[in-house]
Structure formats: structure tokens, C-alpha cells
Design a protein around this ligand. Structure first.
Ligand SMILES: [Zn+2]
Ligand SMILES: [Zn+2]
Length: 329
């Protein structure tokens, strides 16, 4: 038998219609003590997503009504989108970390509330009005692929979760989102990573301006790198990621990412040697062939790396209105 099957774990990949996610999203079906199953992530709330989860459960002789708990790694639509549907069919409680709760419970309201804060911030990064409108439209569209979860329960850092064949510890791993949580099974060296560790794509710590705006801005990449350094210390046999196949050697993946970001930072520093630049000017330099459709991702990369460089004391932001510029320190 497959070692994961022996532990009562089945991976169900679900289609995701955006390539930057890094492949199908994984729903992990885990046998519960006393019958039924828990899900780690729910998949996307599209008809294709729902069908994939239903088929995955059916292959195990189960259905939505067999689900006892839904545990969410984080508040992105491909991970929580189907949770409300499963909750309605099964009565299963849905768990998510406090810091990602609004994304899951109030995706529309959170989007509306943060809209003004985002628009102001994007303007200061050098994004023009038409591109800002397009980004808003894109986000509204993605929200149609997920249903808000009526009520969630908190997933707590350090909490022990008992399943039929093992216990797991909840590990809060902020970076990709503020409230992302992984499950660590020390006894078997397993790590359910959500989007904290992905083998083939960078986990895209995304620009995150809360409803309060920039004052409480989440420094996604700087936070991510600190979290990843802690994950690197863990002794892990197998990573069960949020997308694509399980993989080994998390240290190699983390080291690869750290040097990837270091190269990006090197290119930013080289460009800033010509003089101060806005975030959008740096996006055009680093990603000359990447279209507007990916602007949110490319901006997240540039701003994330600039924030890391700021923390290192290598660059400073010139907060001149209306557009911020960064220069070498
Ligand atoms: Zn994600
Ligand atoms: Zn994802």
C-alpha cells in the first residue's frame, strides 16, 4: 500500500483555471478517528472543482456528508471556494486562522472595504487609472469562483489535531497570506504546506493592503522569508503542497527560492544605481515581456523585494506624492 494510504491520507487534485497557481489545487482527504474524514483545503467553488472533489470522495466510498471537519490552509479562493457547499451538505465546521478569516467569511465586503485603500496605494506605486480598474475587475471576477463561508472556527498556531492514524500540529506560516497555516506530522515527517512551499513556482507572497491601508501593510515577502527560514529547520520527509505533486527535500526548494529572490534583489539594486525609480518602472525593467494581466503578481514581486531590501538597509523609499520612488541607501 502507498504510505500515505496507510496513514489514511488521499490527495484529490482539482482543476484551477489560472496557470499562475502552479497546477491543480490539492484537497487532502484525511481519515478521522471514529469515522468520516477531514479535508485539508476544499478546492475551488466552480462546477469543475465541485465535481473533482465529489469524484475523489466517491472513489473512497464517501461523499460530502462524510466530511467531519474542513481545515483551510489559507483564504485564497482555490483553497476555500467549495467549503461553504461542503459545510451545507455535511454540517462540518470550517476552520481557518484568524488573520485570513475575513477573506473567507466576507470576501466581497473585504474587497469593497479595501478597494479605496488599494487604489490609493497602487496609484502611489505608479499604476495608472485604467490598469487599476482592470485589476479591480479581475479580482471581482475571481471572487465568483468561491462562496463565502457563513461561519468559521479559529485554527490556532500550535494546536494539536488528532486524526485516525496520526496527530498533527498546526504551524502558523505567514507570508503567502497573513493567516496561512500548515500541518506538521513530526512522527512521519509529513508537512501539509498549503501554498507556503511549492516545488516549481515561487509561492508569490502577494501585495496585501488591509482596509486600514498602508499603515498596517503586511510585508509579505519579508515575512515569508523569515517563516521559510523556520520551516527549513524542520526535519521533513515529504511535503504535501497546495498544488501539484508531493515532493522531498524542502531545504533544496527553500534554498532555491532564497537565491532566486536574491538574484531579483541584485537586479533591482543594479537598476536603482541609475537613480530613483517607481515600483511600476521597476516592474517594466524586471518583466518587460509580462503582460498587464499579471501586473498584480509582478508588482507583488517588486514591492516584496524592495521591502526586503529596505529591511536590510540597502534601499530607502522616497514617499513623494503622488508616486513613491526607491533609491539606493
Ligand atoms: Zn494561495
Ligand atoms: Zn493556491
Amino acid at each position: 500500500m502507498h504510505p500515505l494510504t496507510e496513514l489514511g491520507i488521499t490527495r484529490v487534485p482539482c482543476p484551477v483555471p489560472f496557470p499562475e497557481a502552479g497546477g491543480p489545487v490539492n484537497v487532502y482527504v484525511i481519515e478521522e478517528d471514529g469515522g468520516g474524514v477531514a479535508l485539508f483545503d476544499s478546492g475551488l467553488g466552480t462546477p469543475a472543482g465541485e465535481e473533482a472533489v465529489q469524484e475523489g470522495l466517491k472513489a473512497l466510498g464517501l461523499g460530502f456528508q462524510s466530511v467531519r471537519r474542513v481545515l483551510l490552509s489559507h483564504g485564497h479562493i482555490d483553497h476555500y471556494g467549495l467549503a461553504q457547499t461542503i459545510r451545507e451538505a455535511s454540517g462540518a465546521p470550517v476552520f481557518v486562522h484568524e488573520l485570513d478569516r475575513n477573506k473567507v467569511e466576507l470576501p466581497g465586503e473585504e474587497f469593497q472595504r479595501s478597494r479605496a485603500a488599494y487604489d490609493g496605494y497602487l496609484t502611489r506605486l505608479g499604476v495608472d487609472r485604467s490598469a487599476i480598474a482592470m485589476l479591480g475587475k479581475g479580482q471581482r471576477y475571481t471572487l465568483t469562483m468561491a462562496r463565502a463561508v457563513e461561519k468559521t472556527e479559529p485554527l490556532l498556531d500550535g494546536e494539536q489535531l488528532r486524526f485516525r492514524h496520526f496527530s498533527a500540529t498546526v504551524v502558523h506560516a505567514p507570508g503567502h497570506t497573513p493567516g496561512l497555516c500548515c500541518l506538521h506530522v513530526p512522527e512521519h515527517g509529513l508537512f501539509f504546506a498549503g501554498d507556503h512551499l511549492l516545488e516549481r513556482v515561487s509561492p508569490n507572497p502577494l501585495l496585501e493592503v488591509g482596509p486600514e491601508g498602508e499603515t498596517a501593510k503586511f510585508r509579505a515577502l519579508a515575512t515569508y522569508l523569515k517563516t521559510a527560514a523556520k520551516t527549513r529547520e524542520l526535519d521533513l520527509e515529504l511535503i504535501l503542497p497546495g498544488h501539484d505533486q508531493p515532493f522531498h527535500d524542502h531545504r533544496k526548494v527553500i534554498d532555491g527560492l532564497v537565491s532566486f529572490y536574491a538574484r531579483r534583489q541584485g537586479r533591482l539594486l543594479a537598476k536603482l544605481a541609475d537613480g530613483p525609480k517607481s515600483a511600476v518602472e521597476l516592474v517594466q525593467h524586471l518583466f518587460p515581456h509580462v503582460g498587464l494581466r499579471s501586473l498584480y503578481l509582478t508588482l507583488s514581486e517588486v514591492v516584496g523585494n524592495l521591502e526586503v531590501l529596505e529591511e536590510k538597509g540597502a534601499v530607502v523609499m522616497l514617499p513623494a506624492e503622488p508616486i513613491y520612488r526607491w533609491r539606493l541607501a
